[in-house]
Design a protein around this ligand. Sequence first.
Ligand code: HEM
Ligand SMILES: *[C@@H]1O[C@H](CO)[C@@H](O)[C@H](O)[C@H]1NC(C)=O
Ligand SMILES: *[C@@H]1O[C@H](CO)[C@@H](O)[C@H](O)[C@H]1NC(C)=O
Ligand SMILES: *[C@@H]1O[C@H](CO)[C@@H](O)[C@H](O)[C@H]1NC(C)=O
Ligand SMILES: *[C@@H]1O[C@H](CO)[C@@H](O)[C@H](O)[C@H]1NC(C)=O
Length: 337
Amino acid sequence: MARIGSFLILLSLTYALTLCICDNASNFGGNKRNLFPDFYRSSCPRAEEIVRSVVAKAFERETRMAASLMRLHFHDCFVQGCDGSLLLDTSGSIVTEKNSNPNSRSARGFEVVDEIKAALENECPNTVSCADALTLAARDSSVLTGGPSWTVPLGRRDSATASRAKPNKDLPEPDNLFDTIFLRFSNEGLNLTDLVALSGSHTIGFSRCTSFRQRLYNQSGSGSPDTTLEKSYAAILRQRCPRSGGDQNLSELDINSAGRFDNSYFKNLIENMGLLNSDQVLFSSNEQSRELVKKYAEDQEEFFEQFAESMIKMGKISPLTGSSGEIRKKCRKINNS
Ligand code: HEM
Ligand SMILES: *[C@@H]1O[C@H](CO)[C@@H](O)[C@H](O)[C@H]1NC(C)=O
Ligand SMILES: *[C@@H]1O[C@H](CO)[C@@H](O)[C@H](O)[C@H]1NC(C)=O
Ligand SMILES: *[C@@H]1O[C@H](CO)[C@@H](O)[C@H](O)[C@H]1NC(C)=O
Ligand SMILES: *[C@@H]1O[C@H](CO)[C@@H](O)[C@H](O)[C@H]1NC(C)=O
C-alpha cells in the first residue's frame, strides 16, 4: 500500500516538474499552467471565503464597488500582467500606475483591496497574493451583481515593479477607434470574442463626463456630435455632461440597469445607446463584432458563458509564478521598502 502511495507521489511530482520545464517558452515571463483553483487548498483553505465576505460587505455599503473592483482587475492584467502592479503606491523606486491617464481620478476601490488583504493576512500571513485577491474579487463582483460565477485559477504572485508609462500604452481609451482597441486586446493575447464579451462588463458601473464628452459635441474634431449616437439619449447625456465643466459628473455605462449584471449593455448598443465611443464601435465598426453583439443581446446565457471564459483568460495574462515576484504583505508597497 505504502509503496503504491509513494509511487503515485513520485509520478505526480515528475509530472509537475515536466510541466514546469516544458511550459517555459509558452508565454512572456509567466507560467499559466502553474495557476490552478486549489492553489491555497492547504496553505489558506478559507482564502476564497474571506475575499467573498469582504467584497460582499463593501457591496452592501455601496453597490458600485462591484464595478470598481472588476475594473481594477482589468487594469491590473493589461499592464505587465495580472501581478498587482496597479495596486502599488509611489514609494522608493516605485512610481504608481494610479496617476496614469486611464486610472487617474477614475480607478477606485483600493481601500477595499486593502481590507481584503488585511483579512487574508490575519488568517494566513504571507500566503495569498494581492493579484489573486483582486482576481477573486472580480469574480465575486460578477456574482453579487447577478452575473455569472466561475472557478478562478490561482497562484499568481505580486510584482516588485510598476510602470507609470505602460497603462497609457497598453490600456484602450474610450475615444479609440475599433482597430486600436482590438489591437490592444490582441497584444494581450485576447481575441475579438474576448473583446466583445469583456466589454459587456460595462453593464455595470459609471463613467465620468470627461470620458465621453467628445461624442456629445465634437467627435474626432469634426465639430459635430457622433452621428451613431441616438438623439434622445444624447440629449440626456448633454444635460449631465456640459460642453465645459462637470468633468467628474457620472453617467451609467448601462442606462437601463447600472447596478445589474445582465445583457442590456448589448441591447443598448443595437439601439445606438452605448455610452463610450469604445462601446458603440463594437456595433458600428466591424461586421464580426456586430454579429457577436447581436448574439449576446439575444441570448444572455451565451454572454454569461463567454464572459466567464474570457475573464479566466484575461486573468492568465503573464502571471508571476514559481519563484518570481513575491507575496506582498500590503498591496500598496513592495515588501523590502
Ligand atoms: C474595451 C475597452 C475598454 C475601454 C476603452 C474602457 C474604458 C472605460 C472607461 C473610460 C470607464 C469610465 C472611467 C471614468 O469614470 O472616466 C470604464 C469603466 C468601467 N470599465 Fe471599462 N473599458 C474597457 C473595457 C473594460 C473591460 C475589459 C472591463 C472588465 C472586464 C471593464 C470594466 C469596467 C467597469 C466595471 C467600469 C465601471 C467602473 C466604476 O463604476 O467604478 N472595462 N471603462
Ligand atoms: C526557460 O527560460 C529561461 C529564461 O527565460 C531560459 O534561460 C531557459 O533556457 C528556458 N528553458 C527551457 C527548457 O526552455
Ligand atoms: C477566441 O478564443 C477562444 C478561445 O480562447 C475561441 O473559443 C474563440 O473561437 C476565439 N474567437 C475568435 C473570433 O477567434
Ligand atoms: C473640435 O475639435 C477640434 C480639434 O480637436 C477643434 O479644432 C475645433 O475647434 C473643435 N470644434 C468645436 C466646435 O468645439
Ligand atoms: C454636472 O456638472 C455641472 C457643472 O459643474 C453642474 O452644473 C451640473 O449640475 C452637473 N450635473 C449633474 C447631473 O450632476
